[in-house]
Design a protein around this ligand. Structure first.
Ligand code: FES
Length: 630
């Protein structure tokens, strides 16, 4: 039996079968809804309002009695028993805000010399005579070798088939399309004459939460457009583990996930070429940086063993794939290059960042940290390199925090609480009314709550405070960052004691990973000479506050540099420079992966770091809180 479901305010109609739930209906209708737990009924984010119809419910998650009585239900736990009408509130939607794609101008990762992975070359060939009757392919190769360094050069059957006619039609003038593959260059197309359409490439950061793409002019290196969106795979779960489980446990799960990321990227391509005289066929090369799981899912490769001990991926490095095999809206002959990974939890996005900061060329001992759901880091210099990953949780990406969000319009990215009267001031992305708080705001928030004496060093709310900014529900304590009257949602924007503890666990995991890695190579914090920070915090991160909360080492500020989304920068650098591409492969080979769960003291370090800033204050000599708990 199938039921008709009308979704408001979109006024979309879709159908569900007996055994399907409202989340399935919403996904089928193409609406992006929050569903971090992938439909397990535990995140309570897929809240919908039932306006008409009957259903059976398999759970209510964290919905309150009042919400239930008002008609709210969890989409993933609601099985229609009749035709229904439902409303998806704005707070349950993923597309509520624009993904922030602007870069921190502090770092310019552009390449100065363009030697792109794809180019078109104008050639004029010698006209054959009775004294010079070498074959067309040899003639083409000779002319090309005289003009370009292309050794070794290959040509496919399809191109040879059209070569005789094309050469003569163009009166021996042709345009040759060259793709740099791996250790060789391939002639992927030929056209008669020298009038050719402009050609473009795409640099893509395939993140677990968001996907960002640059449309790049391959002749000038200029980014003609940048677009970002949520990774539509979020409907299968927030993190890589939920998605691997979905891929493994559902029939066609892997294909669904692959199709979903293809759709996400194709929508970005549509947005990038819209209103420009550019067709999908003008896109000839794609460079992608993603974590190991995202890359497996994008390529449709079984990710099962990434999450099973001893955590072995199917591949780390792979030659560029033909676009036609991946269903991307580009020229079907385009090549898709995925940056190499080095382990299941240190992927191409980290290698991209390591390449951006040229860590393998540095004389100084350099630490590169990318903070996302995992905290991933590379330590070393031109002599040696090690990397590790820790599970920091999605807190600094806004996940698992009451009003946490990515750095999008309305996200609080900077905040201060005045000790004494507890007045709160903030800055938001886009100068909009606050609707939540992003990573950089959360770091600020933890530090300022400490300084204002609202929390103690373990993150407990202190009992002495009386202010209209505090309230409790079911013994959970909340501090109001923005009152309903001034917020963009018409509701209070808060941080709870549980949020604070969650953030402390995240920052502790990052600091513990740094300490463990240093100890494994026999070094200590003061040996670090420079630190590069990457991640989706927002437009900037307050490093001083990150030190104050014990997330990053207590080093002089001049040793730090925030480089924003280094994954997309690395992907773009590679797209525009074949030597950088080769160098990235070598860089990945040079890095030794350290497994933190394997016979080291990570857990001990983690427990010690569960204080603000740390149990051992000697590690943070510059941090001096006035303690309100003692
Ligand atoms: Fe429905 Fe998480 S509770 S998706």
């Amino acid at each position: 039996m199938a039921y008709k479901i009308v979704i408001w305010p979109d006024n979309l109609t879709t159908t569900v079968n007996d055994n399907e739930n409202l989340l399935d209906a919403i996904v089928t209708a193409g609406i992006s809804i929050k569903s971090s737990c992938g439909g397990a009924g535990t995140c309570s984010q897929c809240k919908v309002l039932i306006k008409k119809g009957t259903a059976s419910f398999s759970g209510a998650g964290k919905l309150t009695e009042q919400q239930l009585s008002e008609g709210y239900a969890l989409a993933c736990q609601t099985y229609p028993q009749s035709n229904m009408e439902i409303e998806i509130p704005a707070t349950s939607r993923l597309s509520e805000h624009q993904v922030l794609v602007s870069q921190d101008k502090a770092w310019d990762g552009t390449v100065t010399e363009i030697n792109p992975l794809f180019k078109k070359i104008k050639l004029e060939l010698q006209i054959p005579t009775l004294n010079d009757h070498s074959d067309d392919v040899s003639r083409l190769f000779n002319a090309l070798s005289a003009k370009e360094k292309t050794d070794p050069l290959r040509i496919g059957l399809e191109v040879i088939q059209k070569l005789p006619y094309t050469l003569r039609k163009g009166n021996w003038r042709i345009t040759v399309s060259l793709s740099y593959i791996k250790d060789y260059t391939e002639i992927v197309d030929i056209e008669p004459g020298w009038d050719y359409r402009q050609y473009y490439g795409l640099a893509i950061d395939i993140g677990t939460t968001t996907v960002v793409a640059h449309l790049v002019d391959m002749e000038t290196g200029e980014s003609l457009g940048i677009e970002g969106t949520y990774n539509k795979q979020a409907i299968f779960g927030d993190d890589v583990i939920s998605r691997i489980i979905y891929a493994v446990e559902h029939e066609s799960g892997l294909q669904e996930l692959q199709k979903t990321i293809q759709t996400t990227i194709n929508e970005l391509i549509n947005a990038l070429i819209k209103d420009k005289d550019i067709k999908p066929a003008d896109i000839w090369y794609v460079s992608c940086a993603g974590n190991t799981t995202m890359t497996h899912l994008f390529l449709g490769i079984d990710p099962t063993y990434i999450r099973l001990e001893p955590y072995v991926p199917a591949f780390n490095s792979i030659i560029p794939i033909k676009a036609v095999d991946l269903g991307l809206k580009t020229n079907p002959k385009a090549r898709i290059y995925c940056l190499p990974s080095i382990a299941s939890y240190v992927g191409g996005d980290i290698i991209a960042g390591a390449e951006v900061v040229r860590i393998h060329k540095q004389d100084k001992l350099t630490l590169f940290i990318d903070v996302g759901t995992n905290g991933e880091m590379v330590l070393g210099n031109k002599e040696w390199l090690v990397a590790c990953a820790c599970s920091a949780g999605p807190a600094f990406e806004g996940g698992g925090i009451t009003h946490g969000m990515r750095a999008m319009n309305g996200a609080i990215e900077h905040i201060r609480v005045k000790p004494g009267n507890l007045d709160v001031t903030w800055e938001t992305v886009g100068n909009k009314k606050p609707v939540g708080i992003c990573g950089s705001g959360l770091i600020d928030c933890l530090a300022t709550l400490m300084e204002a004496g609202i929390i103690d060093r373990s993150g407990n709310f202190l009992p002495l405070l009386l202010s209209n900014r505090f309230f409790s529900i079911d013994r959970e304590k909340y501090f109001i960052l923005a009152h309903a009257e001034v917020s963009g949602t018409g509701k209070d924007i808060t941080i709870s004691e549980a949020d604070v503890k969650n953030l402390i666990r995240s920052k502790a995991a990052i600091f513990a990973a740094i300490q463990t890695m240093l100890k494994m190579v026999g070094l200590s914090l003061e040996n670090i000479e420079q630190v590069y920070i990457a991640g989706g915090f927002g437009r900037y991160i307050n490093i001083a506050d990150a030190i104050k909360i014990g997330m990053f080492p207590d080093l002089p500020m001049e040793k730090y540099k925030y480089i924003g989304n280094s994954s997309i920068l690395g992907a773009k650098m590679i797209l525009l420079d074949s030597e950088t591409r080769d160098d990235t492969e070598k860089l990945a080979d040079k890095i030794t992966y350290l497994e933190l769960s394997d016979g080291n003291n990570f857990m001990e370090e983690f427990v010690s770091a569960l204080f603000i800033p740390h149990t051992n204050m000697q590690l943070f000599p510059s941090v001096n809180y006035v303690s309100h708990s003692e």
